[in-house]
Design a protein around this ligand. Structure first.
Ligand code: FE2
Ligand code: FE2
Length: 177
């Protein structure tokens, strides 16, 4: 079975296109989110293009609407910042569509081998490996462990991630909305 760095092509396409076509920022949820972020985390949040900030807020809103847990504030931050690593790829909508297509066709090894390249191949590599880069950025920002762990593993299978099953489930559900 082919391994996917970004999740299955179906879910990836669904997330991509729902992000593209939902244009409105939910100001109220964004305000709540910003009240939970450190200065460094805010910088990462605002470094994202609008399309990713919309995705952040949708994820945060899903957690806010979920049954409460003791981790609630941290879960909102984890859900909202899990894709911050995408910003460095600096891909617009067309580039993301192409990256999504290539991701479905090419092997993981091939995409990883583009790490040392320049230009579009490097951008595709950054986009497809955004989980790793996002976790590094959040580590540098001093984020809580759950925020770093979710960024690093949000495209992995539940059995491969060291998070309680209920926490994994609520975060994964937020990312699929
Ligand atoms: Fe992601
Ligand atoms: Fe996501």
């Amino acid at each position: 079975m082919k391994l996917f760095l970004l999740g299955s092509p179906y879910h990836l396409s669904k997330r991509l296109f729902s992000s593209i076509f939902s244009r409105n920022l939910d100001i109220e949820t964004e305000r709540r989110l910003l009240s939970l972020l450190s200065r460094e985390e805010k910088e990462l949040y605002f470094a994202q293009p609008r399309i990713d900030r919309i995705h952040s807020i949708r994820n945060a809103k899903s957690i806010i609407g979920a049954p409460s847990t003791v981790y609630e504030g941290d879960l909102i931050v984890a859900a909202a910042l899990h894709d911050v690593g995408k910003a460095e790829a600096q891909l617009g909508v067309l580039g993301r569509v192409l990256a999504t297509l290539l991701h479905g066709f090419l092997s993981i090894e091939r995409i990883r081998s583009w790490d040392g390249k320049e230009g579009f191949r490097k951008q595709i590599n950054s986009y497809c490996l955004h989980s790793k880069r996002g976790a590094e950025l959040l580590e540098e920002a001093g984020s809580k462990q759950i925020v770093i762990t979710w960024a690093r593993h949000h495209h992995d299978l539940e059995e491969d991630v060291a998070l309680p099953a209920d926490i994994f489930s609520v975060l994964e559900k937020a990312d699929r909305k």
